[in-house]
Design a protein around this ligand. Structure first.
Ligand code: ADP
Length: 327
C-alpha cells in the first residue's frame, strides 16, 4: 500500500466512554506498525486549537487497555463550532505536520469531523466512541457493552430494595435520544418495561403501561427510562404517577455518570482494538471521512454523513422480547 500519510493525530472528543483507551492504544500501535508517526492530541478539538499535542511511541499507550476514561482527556469545544476555530485547528495540524486524524467520539464529534474534513480537505477516520449506541451503520459502539453491564449490575441492586418495599421504580439511564441502553438493560435485568424516546414520539408509554394492569401480581416493578427531553426523564414520569395514579408507591433512581466509568468489558476492548487497527488500514487505503463500524461481526466503513444521520431505528424484535419476557 502506498500512502502520503506520514503522521497521524489521534483525539478523543465529547462524552467519554469505556474502551476509548483501548482504541487509542490500538490506533497508536497499528500506525507505528505501519511506519506512521503518531501524535496524541489532548482534550479533543480544544487541543487541536491550542496545540496541546505530544508524540506517542508504543510505550505511551502501555498499561491502558484496562482503564476507563481516556488518557487523552476529552472536552467539548465551542470554538470548533466556528469557521475561525476550525481554521486555527487546521493551522495547528500543518505546524505539527499531522497529515490525517483519527477522531474517537460520538455523534457531535463526528459531525464536527465531517465539517472540518470538507472545509480543509483533511483525511479523517472516525471511531464510534459513545455509550449511547446512537450511531447509524454500526451494530454497536465502543463503550456500550460496558455501560450496559454497569447498568445491569446497578438495577440488580435496586431490585432488592424495590422488592422489599413493593415499590415502582423508575431508573433513568443515559442514551440521549436513543433507547438502546434502556431497552437492552431492561431485558438484561428482567425489568418490566422501558420508556424510550423512539416510542414516546408516537404514544404515551406511561398510561399504556399502567392501563395494561400494571404488575399487581409482582412484588416490585422496575422501569428503565431514557434520559431525554422526549421521554421527560424519570423525575417527570414519577411526578405524573403521583398525580395521575396515586395508588402507586413510586421512587426514582438516576444512575448518572457511574454509567460512563469502569474498566471496559472484554467485548469493548476487542471492539476498540479491531476498530483501531481498521482505522489505520482505512487511511492507508485512502479512505477518508468514514466512520469504522461493525456489522455482522465484520468491519465496515460508513461515510460520516450516513453515520450521523439521526435515524437509528429501534429494534422491533427487542421490543417484543421485553414485552413477552416481562409478563
Ligand atoms: P459527542 O461526540 O459525545 O456526541 P458533543 O455533541 O458534545 O459530544 O460534541 C463534541 C464536540 O464536537 C463539540 O464540543 C464540538 O467541538 C464538536 N462538534 C459538535 N457538533 C459540531 C458541529 N456541528 N460543528 C463543528 N463541531 C462540532
Amino acid at each position: 500500500m502506498t500512502s502520503n500519510i506520514k503522521c497521524i493525530g489521534v483525539l478523543t472528543s465529547g462524552g467519554d466512554a469505556p474502551g476509548m483507551n483501548a482504541a487509542i492504544r490500538s490506533v497508536t500501535r497499528a500506525a507505528i506498525f505501519d511506519g506512521i508517526r503518531v501524535k496524541g492530541i489532548y482534550r479533543g478539538y480544544k487541543g487541536l486549537i491550542t496545540g496541546e499535542i505530544s508524540e506517542f511511541k508504543t510505550n505511551s499507550v502501555s498499561n491502558i487497555i484496562q482503564q476507563g476514561g481516556t488518557i487523552l482527556k476529552t472536552a467539548r469545544c465551542a470554538e470548533f463550532l466556528t469557521p475561525e476555530g476550525r481554521k486555527v485547528a487546521y493551522e495547528t495540524m500543518q505546524r505539527e505536520e499531522i497529515d490525517a486524524l483519527v477522531v474517537i467520539g460520538g455523534d457531535g464529534s463526528l459531525t464536527g469531523a465531517n465539517i472540518f474534513a470538507n472545509e480543509f480537505d483533511v483525511p479523517i477516520v472516525g471511531l464510534p466512541g459513545t455509550i449511547d449506541n446512537d450511531l447509524y451503520g454500526t451494530d454497536v459502539t465502543i463503550g456500550y457493552d460496558t455501560a450496559l453491564n454497569t447498568i445491569m449490575q446497578s438495577v440488580d441492586k435496586i431490585r432488592d430494595t424495590a422488592t422489599s418495599h413493593e415499590r415502582l421504580f423508575f431508573i433513568e439511564v443515559m442514551g440521549r435520544n436513543c433507547g438502546y441502553l434502556a431497552l437492552n438493560s431492561a431485558i438484561a435485568s428482567g425489568a418490566e418495561a422501558a420508556i424510550i424516546p423512539e416510542i414516546s414520539i408516537e404514544k404515551d408509554q406511561l398510561s399504556d403501561l399502567i392501563e395494561q394492569g400494571f404488575r399487581k401480581s409482582k412484588n416490585s416493578s422496575l422501569v428503565l427510562v431514557t434520559e431525554s427531553e422526549i421521554t421527560g426523564g424519570a423525575l417527570k414520569l414519577a411526578e405524573r404517577v403521583k398525580t395521575e395514579y396515586p395508588q402507586y408507591d413510586v421512587r426514582v433512581s438516576i444512575l448518572g455518570h457511574l454509567q460512563r466509568g469502569g474498566s471496559p468489558s472484554a467485548q469493548d476492548r476487542i471492539l476498540a482494538s479491531r476498530m483501531g487497527v481498521a482505522a489505520i488500514r482505512a487511511l492507508l487505503e485512502d479512505q477518508r471521512n468514514v466512520m469504522i463500524g461493525i456489522h455482522e461481526n465484520e468491519i465496515v466503513y460508513i461515510p460520516f454523513k450516513r453515520a450521523i444521520k439521526k435515524e437509528r431505528e429501534i429494534s422491533d424484535e427487542l421490543l417484543e422480547v421485553l414485552r413477552i419476557s416481562s409478563i
